[in-house]
Write a protein that binds this ligand. Structure first.
Ligand SMILES: *Cc1c(COP(=O)(O)O)cnc(C)c1O
Length: 387
């Protein structure tokens, strides 16, 4: 670009960061650099890159796009969302206390418990909407507060700014898992987060063909720590995955707009349907966290869940009758997916913890895609008639 725009808007960053930056041939689409190593310019004269574990131009281009979108100092692109969270957790001092949501992503809970079993961290899982529980956990001088909002699969929302301020007053770092909304709809660093964690597998890539992750650091000190550690442990994402993810990122805002508009239409239809006992979507005025979501987010997202009045048998019949929705785990792609959390994503939790978390046998979670709204509504309505 001949005349750089000093402060492009987020939509412009997503669509055009790094476009036409190729100095060799003027390629408009950023090139994919697969090389694992780089020729030195001369004796004791490394170039910008020397070895692919430490740095790669394609991966760094994705990292800088994500950092700009989240409003951070920089980012590290990792091989999965779990590797991104572990980049922060595995650097904590031995025995460090970590406060995490009681309803956090199952893989995050497994990671924290696995490191706990090795004596490396000491996690406390608390309901972060419970002020007294948060106060008690923060009184134990945690090193890290992990926030995840909206939650999975019930789409509960917590107040990032308030939790971050309380954590900082207690001396803890704050990391926010922003996977469910992406920076198109929520920017945790502006609300006080030190780190934003992503599974880029979901909305950022958006096409269900990459497993990847990223950590965005709010400031230069945090960036230095995660970039150093990513090189130490070698958890960086592959250049090809970064290239695909950057390609997916180009349409993030357009996808989000279309997907959340479909989600709102589905939530409204479900909330009027007699076979449906409850709908969990923060965009509905009746959702308990609707006002907070409206203030904290710039959109309600494209994830929702609903409880069938007919329980697990109705859930089985509905899934068997669907044609447009695919019965599969994961989320954030352009295609609509449906899961039965009790037997799939949240099966490991155990009956008791699931009941406590409000994940019933008739609960289904939907990741709403970009198909025609009429096709999605028609498919669901026909399947609901079979329940
Ligand atoms: C999928 C997911 C992760 C884990 O990401 P992977 O890319 O599967 O490792 C973490 N947090 C949330 C909220 C997720 O949805």
């Amino acid at each position: 670009m001949d005349k750089p725009n000093p402060s492009p808007r987020p939509e412009t960053i997503a669509a055009a960061h790094g476009v036409a930056g190729d100095t060799a041939f003027g390629a408009v689409a950023p090139p994919l650099y697969l090389s694992s190593t780089y020729e030195f310019a001369g004796f004791e004269a490394p170039r910008a890159y020397d070895y692919g574990r430490a740095g790669n131009p394609t991966r760094d281009l994705l990292a800088s796009a994500l950092a700009k979108l989240e409003g951070g100092a920089g980012a590290v692109v990792t091989s999965s969302g779990m590797a991104a969270l572990d980049l922060i957790v595995s650097q904590l001092p031995a025995g460090a206390r970590v406060v995490a949501p009681h309803d956090c992503y199952g893989g995050s809970m497994r990671l924290l418990k696995a490191r706990e079993a090795l004596g490396q961290v000491s996690p406390r899982f608390v309901d972060q909407r419970d002020d007294a529980a948060v106060a008690a956990a923060l009184a134990e001088a945690p090193a890290l507060l992990l926030i995840e909002t909206p939650s999975n699969p019930l789409l509960r929302v917590v107040d990032i700014a308030s939790l971050a301020a309380r954590a900082k007053a207690a001396g803890a770092m704050v990391a926010v898992d922003n996977t469910f909304l992406s920076p198109a709809l929520q920017r945790p660093i502006a609300l006080g987060a030190d780190y934003v964690v992503h599974s880029t597998t979901k909305y950022l890539n958006g096409h269900s063909d990459v497993i990847g992750g990223a950590v965005i650091a709010a400031d230069a000190g945090g960036l230095e720590r995660i970039a150093h550690w990513a090189n130490v442990v070698g958890c960086g994402g592959s250049p090809f995955d970064a290239w695909l993810t950057l390609r997916g990122l180009r349409t993030l805002f357009a996808r989000m707009r279309g997907q959340q508009s479909n989600a709102m239409a589905i939530a409204e239809m479900l909330s009027r349907h007699p076979a449906v006992a409850a709908v969990h979507y923060p965009g509905l005025p009746g959702h308990p966290d609707h006002a907070l979501a409206a203030r904290q987010q710039s959109g309600f997202g494209a994830m929702l869940s609903f409880e069938l009045a007919g329980g697990v048998e109705a859930a089985k019949r509905l899934i068997g009758a669907l044609g447009v929705f695919t019965f599969a785990e994961s989320l954030g792609g352009v295609e609509s997916l449906i899961v039965h959390p009790a037997t799939m994503t949240h099966a490991d939790m155990g009956d008791e913890a699931r009941a406590l978390a409000g994940i019933g046998p008739g609960l289904l979670r939907v990741s709403v895609g970009l198909e025609a709204e009429e096709d999605l509504l028609g498919d669901l309505e026909a399947a609901l008639a079979a329940c």
